[in-house]
Structures are given as C-alpha cells and as structure tokens.
Design a protein around this ligand. Sequence first.
Ligand code: ATP
Ligand code: MG
Length: 550
Amino acid sequence: MSEEKSLNFLEEIIDADLKSGKYSQIVTRFPPEPNGYLHIGHATSIVLNFGLTKKFGGYTNLRFDDTNPVTEETEYVESIKADVRWLGFEWKNELYASDYFDTLYEYAIKLIKLGLAYVDDSSSEEIAAMKGTPTEPGTNSPNRDRSIEENLDLFQRMRAGEFPDGSRTLRAKIDMAHVNMLMRDPILYRIKHAPHHRTADKWCIYPMYDFAHGQSDSIENVTHSICTLEFVPHRELYNWLIEKLEIYPSRQYEFARRNLTYTVMSKRKLLQLVNEKHVSGWDDPRMPTISGMRRRGYTAAAIREFCDRVGIAKRDNIVDVGLLEFCVREDLNKIAQRRMVVFDPVKVVITNYELDEEMIHSENNPEDPNGGEREIPFSGEIYIEREDFMENPPKKYFRLAPGQMVRLKSAYIIKCEEVIKDEAGNITEIRCTYLPNSKSGNDTSGVHVKGTLHWVSVKHAITAELRIYDRLFRVEDPSSEEGDFKDYINPNSLQVIHGAFAEPSLKTAKFDESYQFIRKGYFVLDKDSGTSGIIFNKTVGLKDGWKPGS
Ligand code: ATP
Ligand code: MG
C-alpha cells in the first residue's frame, strides 16, 4: 500500500537528487539534544529520517547535539538510544557534536583568518541593543574592525580560560543591516566555564547551535539535513558558513513540527511536569514521551503507523490524539491476548453446579488463527461485574437480571433466580442456576441468549491493581491558553482500582505482552508490579469513546 502512496515533498527532492546523479546515496541524521527524553514529536523526525534512507538507500546517523554543557546528561543519551531502538530503527554511526569541538575550533580560526569573524567584548545586552529590528538596521560593534592578529590572540585566550563567562563572544562578520536578523553578525562562540558530560573541563568556550549544526552535518557528509520549520531563517547562515569554510555542502530542508492534542511537547515543559511531580517521571504512562507510551502499552508498530499516517507538512499543526489511539487499538486488536478481569465484583453462586471445578477452554485471540487457547478454571462461585446486573432492568437489557439468562464467556448459560442483599440493601450475592448442556463449543441446549459476560472463578481469582488513565490536560492545546500551561492539568488523569479479580493465567503476565481484558480495554503489566502485587496500566479503551471537539 505504501508503495502506491504518492511521494511527499522530501521524497520528491531525494528522488530527483538520486535520478540526476547529484548523490550516489543519501545520508540523513537524527540529531537530538540530550536534554530530556524523546517524545512523540521526535518520533515523527525519527520515522522520517530513518524512513527516507530505508526507502531510498543510504544510511542515518544518530548524532547527539551536545554543544550546550549545562543541560545535558548521560541518562538522557542512554534513554534516547533505547527509545530509537525500541521504535525499530538502527543507526549507522553513533556520533556526538562534542567530538567535533577541535574541528569546530579550527573552523573558527579559519573564519578569523579570512576576516570573517571577530571577538566582541560587548555584553549580551549591548549586543541585543545593537541588533536593530526587522525594519531598522543594526549598528556595528566597536570591536568589529579588530585586526586578524588581535582576534586570533583574543580567541585563543578565550579558549585558554582567561576571561569570565559572558565577557566576550566570537561573532561572524556578515552584515549588521542584513534583512535576515540572524545574519547580523551572529554569535558563533560563547564563554561558559562549565564541565561537559563528555569533554569534562577541556573546554570553556562552546559553539552556538548555528556554528555546530551545519558543520556537524558537513563533517558527516549528510546530504539532506532535515529539521523543523523554526529553522527556516537559519538556512541562510547554514549555507553562508558552509560556503565560506568550503566544507561539504550539506543542505537543510524543513518540515512542520508535529504537536498532539491534550498534551505539551516541549522538553522544558515536560521537565517541569517531572520536577514538580505532576507525573511520576519521564516514563509516566500519561506522558507523551516514547518511554511513557511504551510503559502505557503503546506498540512501536502503532507509533510508526501513526507517524506515517500523519505524514509531513509544511505548516505547523496539532494532531488529534484520537488518531494515535486509533492506531494503537488497531495494532493491539491483532496481537493482544484476551483475558478476563472483573473490575468491580459481585458474587454469583450457581446453586445447581455440582462439580468442584472444571477447566474451560478459551481462545487467546479470535483475530489470530495461530493464537491458541488457554484453560480457565470454572467453579460454582464466580465474580461478575456489578454493572452487569440490574434488579429492575429496562427493556432490551441483555445482561443479568432476575429471571433473565446470559452466557458466561466460553462457559455456560446461567439464569438469575434470586438476589441476596445486606441490611443496607446492597446486593451481596446473586443466586443462579446453569444449563449443564449449554457449554460453549458443545451447546445442545437450544437456548439463545443475547448477552455474554466476562467472569472469574472466586476461588481461583488473583487480585490486581489497575491504573486507568485519562488525558493529562483538560484542554486541546495547553500551551496556547492564557496563563501557565500547568493550570490546565486534568486533576483526574489517574484512577486506581484496587482489588480487581483476574483469571489466574495473568499471574504470569509478561511485560512485553499486551492483553485485552474482555469488554474492558487493552492493558499491559506495569513495572511497579512486584511481590506486593501485580499492576496493569490501561493502554486504551476498546472503542473510540473520545469524540473530536467534545
Ligand atoms: P523540544 O522543543 O521538545 O525540546 P527540540 O527540537 O529542541 O524539541 P531536539 O532534541 O533538538 O528537540 O530535536 C531533535 C530532532 O527532533 C530535531 O531535528 C527536531 O527538529 C525534531 N523534533 C523535535 N520536536 C519535534 C516535533 N514536535 N515534531 C517534529 N519534529 C520534532
Ligand atoms: Mg533543540
């Protein structure tokens, strides 16, 4: 099917570049800054970059854009690698922009020698004040016409650590009246006496994004450097630096950032949620992070499918999270093991059941012919869902009610004979009879019932904790609302059900397996499960209960 899809604009560019012989193979890179965990927006970029080289040949590098010493941590590097692999992609080379610090320093020296960069003693406030506005030109720094010798001397002393943070910068010498504000002598290097997660205290000057990113692309012979739309104005500087330095001509292409409804995507905001304990961590199942979604039970295949369906665009947009949930549900329906779990139990006693217990057989997945079946113990006392019984039902109520019959999934037809209540009027027990000749697969009773209920045998049941999630935010786009985005957190995004009863096969539930709790939704084992009990996360409901715009 994907073969027939028309090419997107990036695929068209690459297709043309290969056909014209401009490149013999293409090289892309995924360049995360290791200052947080990857989120679903990054997944779009990963699927795009790796997908292009998968489709057109060539390869993709994983490059950590670690030029900012203050915010980057090794923990993030490890999580990013794990997440990319989990999504199903393998990079050709694991690279770090910080490995290029020596080369970048040499490039800076080259620019100074060409008379195209100078050391500026102005403070950041002074530089901002001299920048001008989109309609007015900027003014030249008093240091702009320093001699090459003086610039070389000062830059080397910047590197040697002679000057405090913020006291000097290295700037490109372009044009303070340029229509593109980013071309008005952009800062290339700043002084920062801070240890770096990989280079430790070797450096006290660090290159700015614009003086690292394009150069790193070049060093790696990246043919198509794909980034998001906010970098459109940077492209001119990207090309200027490549041209002046006479390095490999990587080319930058931009596509629209993908956001998702009912969440936030910036790592800075996600970090706030973590630090201020609105969530339990980066991998909280309500987070839009890859690790959160994995813990929630989303599959890599579903996330890839979502990214493909959304495609790429040239205008920023916010995608309905309902589409992501749809993709998850579609995938889980095919692969999830069916199990029975009663969330809010009421006891049913089958008065004419004479066996102590017997084994019932039930298919693991009706969507999968090779899914096999499992045994479920059945006995004369079972739990059903409290909401599956009504004492005074309306018409067309097909669940259990006095005098009415239902089928117990994969087992027998039962009929409600009597309701037992406590003094307060709460139902404590439902007494039923069963039809011994109505066993599923061997039903000779001739009775047809419309309702089928899930159930668990009382003496075989195991208890489980269930964590049910709702949207983390109450509004579609918390970042665009007035005030702090955290004012829009949904206070009821987590509901915990203690003491649900599960069929015993779930005692050996596996972390990497998805389960459909029949009639209830898709669930996955949570990592908090342990000796104190088993815990499941609700991944997504069975049906789309979420109406767009509601
Ligand atoms: P954030 O604002 O969340 O911190 P970022 O762009 O600073 O995001 P990076 O680590 O620099 O995060 O991003 C790595 C790559 O992922 C970049 O190429 C970036 O363009 C891409 N990317 C990040 N967020 C999105 C998004 N929401 N949609 C599409 N691509 C994204
Ligand atoms: Mg960034």
